[in-house]
Design a protein around this ligand. Structure first.
Ligand SMILES: [Zn+2]
Length: 108
């Protein structure tokens, strides 16, 4: 039985130990716990990403709609279609992200 150092707290521990007795650092790679932690982290990152996209979509909608409104744009002005197009894309994108969020929160 060899003695090794814990990569986390540097305590001297058995090389066969699955966990550091000092700090609880997991020495086995790819254990169930690690995989679970990884999954939860990925899920968290996904939720963050959907959140950011929701914010961006909302911004796109507000800017597009606000621009068209305040500039009093009318068809057939190109700006009108650009502004309303952005607003429409922002709106649909926002809805898509709401659905994605609901689905993400349902899945474990
Ligand atoms: Zn340790």
């Amino acid at each position: 039985m060899a003695i090794t150092n814990c990569p986390s707290c540097n305590a001297r521990i058995s090389s066969r130990a699955k966990q550091c007795p000092e700090c609880g650092f997991n020495l086995e790679v790819g254990t169930e716990e690690d995989l679970d932690r990884k999954r939860r982290h990925q899920r968290f990152m996904k939720i963050q990403s959907v959140n950011n996209q929701s914010m961006f979509a909302m911004l796109l909608f507000v800017i597009g709609f606000g621009y068209g409104y305040w500039e009093d744009l009318q068809p057939p002005q190109v700006e009108y279609y650009v502004a309303m197009g952005s607003a429409a894309i922002g709106f649909v994108w926002y809805l898509v992200n709401r659905v994605r969020m609901v689905l993400l929160k349902k899945s474990k």
